[in-house]
Design a binder for this molecule. Sequence first.
Ligand code: PEP
Length: 247
Amino acid sequence: MRKKLVVGNWKMHGSRAANAQLLAGLKEAGPWNADVAVCVPAVYIAETALALTGTAIAYGAQDCSSHEQGAYTGEISSAMLHDVGCRYAIVGHSERRAYHAESDQLVADKAKAALAHGVTPIVCVGETRAEREAGQTEAVVKRQLAAVIHTLGHCTGEMVVAYEPVWAIGTGLTATPEQAQAVHAVLRAQLQAATDRAAAMRILYGGSVKADNAPQLFGQPDIDGGLIGGASLKVADFAAICLAAAH
Ligand code: PEP
C-alpha cells in the first residue's frame, strides 16, 4: 500500500504575510496520515522552511535548473534547493512547458539534476484538450514520461509522477476518476517496464482537485495523491484534501 502524497503548488501567489497565515493554518490543521508538501515561490523557500520547522510538512520548489552551476542568470540549481532543505522540485509543469517552451528532454534533464542532489522531482505529464479530442492522450503522456525514463535510467524509481491533464488545470474541469485512473494505469505499466520499483512509486493526479472530488479521485487504485494548485492556497480547502488522502 502506497502512502498518499498531497503537494500544494502555490504557483506565483503569496506574500510574506499571506504565507505565514497559510502555513500557520496548515500546522494547526495537521498532521494527517499522508505525506504533505508545499511547493512555494523560490523567494519564500527560506521563510517556509522556518515556518515548517518541527512539522511533518515538507516543502519544495516549482522548478529547478538542468545545470549544475554557472552563468545562468535567474536560474536556481537543485544543489541550492537541497541546501535550503527542499524535499521536492516540480519539473515539467504544463505552464512551464507552454510559457517557457520546455521540451521533454529539458524536463528530463531537470529531473536528473534534481535527483543528483537529493531532491525528488515531481515530473508532470499531461495532454491538452486538442490532444485528448484527437485520441492522443496515451501517446502524449507516454512520450513525455519516456524521455524522463530514458534519461534517468536506473534512478527512474526515485521520482514522483504527476498526471495533469492541461485542460483540467485551473479550469474547474476535472478528469473523472475513471478517466484519471485509465491514464494512471498506463503510466504505471510504463514505469513497471522501466523499474522494479514501480509498485512503490507515487503517481499524483492534478487538475482542479477540490475537497469534494478528492475522495473519489484518491479512491482509484493507481492515484496516489494529488498535485493541488488553486485549492492549496486556502487552509480549509487544502486541509480537507489532505484529510481525504488520509483515508
Ligand atoms: C497545478 O497547477 O498543478 C494544478 C493542478 O492547478 P489547479 O489545482 O488549480 O487546477
